[in-house]
Design a protein. Structure first.
Length: 147
């Protein structure tokens, strides 16, 4: 069952990843779910795009040219116009110290490479729903609990 979160106006996602293959893989997976995708490949371009275009969510690599993902995340959280923008980190740096540092600078979620694209999509959709005031799907309906 493929549920679409993007009824109405499609949500805009910025993918910040310097590896072209990985960037395309993520773009295809999220684009197939109806999101409008933009991609950038370095840190300076990323922060400028976030400030100018104000995406609905950012998928952010940590190891980038010119600015790290940590720097970008921290800068976004300090900029009033985009401070509430959800950020999902995707990184090959999967140890606990890197994950904790990402959360400390304001990341909303963290996915370690390599990952299953279905899991990334599910995490993006969960973060998007929380950030934009949508109720998370629940496996139980009120009628089910009454029985």
């Amino acid at each position: 069952m493929k549920r679409r979160l993007t009824k109405g106006c499609p949500k805009r996602i910025l993918i910040v990843e310097d590896d072209e293959g990985m960037s395309m893989l993520v773009a295809e997976a999220l684009g197939a779910r109806g999101y409008r995708i933009s991609r950038v490949h370095d840190g300076i371009e990323a922060i400028n795009t976030i400030l100018d275009r104000k995406p609905d969510l950012v998928v952010l690599d940590l190891a980038l040219p010119r600015l790290t993902g940590y720097d970008i995340c921290s800068m976004v959280r300090k900029a009033d116009s985009v401070s509430k923008t959800p950020i999902v980190i995707m990184s090959g740096q999967g140890d606990v110290d890197h994950r904790l540092e990402a959360f400390a600078v304001g990341a909303d979620d963290y996915v370690t490479k390599p990952f299953d694209t279905n899991e990334l999509v599910a995490r993006v959709e969960a973060v998007m729903m929380r950030a934009h005031g949508k109720a998370l799907p629940t496996p139980f309906l009120a009628e089910d609990r009454a029985a």
